[in-house]
Design a protein around this ligand. Structure first.
Ligand code: FPP
Length: 248
């Protein structure tokens, strides 16, 4: 049986989040520059999105550019922004054809105007798509997202719109960029690093973490299937005991 056939499609993670890591190291191994690694990484973005949509995963969120990534060398940041612009533009037709809705989380106002504009257009044009939501985390950091939520809530509190009673976990969830999305059930990080790197800090509370040594440009559909199979083989207890889960 192929890896894909072993997947139980009735128990898929509703939301998969991925920290795409290792483009630079992969490129160095090939004797190429880091930008070559990022360009090659786009193919893995395509494969992963397609595989998720085919299986029936409803949400896929990719960490494409962190707030911290702004401190990379200027040439690399510019090249990444150019690549983003080209990719968002070039993939619009494919997104529409595959009924995939594009989304973005992060401080989009800090992106170059051309990128922000292209992104907003593609988000609007795919807004009606139903099969899957592909969200790009751009100029994103989990701590900034939480701070932004706290400020929004504090303002409502100050203006008397909400009181102490309304300060709930749900209220925080509703004030995050990801409002309305289910929390990721599976987090994948490539390249052997085992860190969360300021990604979806609140939302990953109960996610299963899957780490692979594979560099992002080497990440194929088969690698995704392996991650999902591992997820399906784990017991998710949410703080309960194994016995409670079996007896319900
Ligand atoms: C991490 O590798 C990768 C990034 C910071 C950028 C990811 C971008 C892409 C895959 C291309 C564009 C994406 C989209 C969604 C269109 P790294 O540079 O940190 O690699 P290293 O750890 O080996 O240096």
């Amino acid at each position: 049986m192929s890896l894909k056939e072993q997947i139980d499609v009735t128990r898929l993670p509703a939301h998969i989040a991925i920290i795409m890591d290792g483009n630079g190291r992969w490129a160095r191994q090939q004797g190429k520059n880091r930008i070559f690694g990022h360009r090659s990484g786009v193919q893995s973005v395509r494969e992963t999105s397609e595989a998720c949509a085919e299986l029936g995963v409803k949400y896929l969120t990719l960490y494409a550019f962190s707030t911290e990534n702004w401190s990379r060398p200027h040439t690399e940041v510019t090249a990444l922004m150019t690549l983003l612009l080209k990719t968002i533009n070039g993939e619009l037709k494919t997104l529409l054809k595959n009924d995939i809705r594009l989304g973005a989380i992060g401080d989009l106002d800090t992106l170059p105007k051309s990128v922000a504009k292209e992104l907003r257009q593609s988000i609007e044009r795919t807004a009606h798509c139903q099969r899957m939501q592909l969200t790009l985390a751009l100029s994103y950091s989990g701590k900034s997202e939480l701070l932004r939520a706290v400020k929004q809530i504090a303002l409502k509190f100050q203006q008397g719109e909400i009181g102490m009673h309304e300060l709930t976990e749900q209220l925080i969830t509703d004030n995050l960029y990801t409002a309305g999305m289910p929390d990721p059930e599976l987090l994948i990080r490539t390249s052997g690093e085992k860190r969360i790197s300021n990604f979806l800090l609140w939302q990953l509370a109960y996610a299963e973490f899957y780490f692979t040594e594979i560099f992002w440009p080497e990440f194929t559909k088969e690698e995704l299937y392996k991650a999902i199979l591992e997820f399906q083989n784990r017991e998710r207890r949410f703080g309960k005991t194994s016995e409670q889960l079996t007896t319900k």
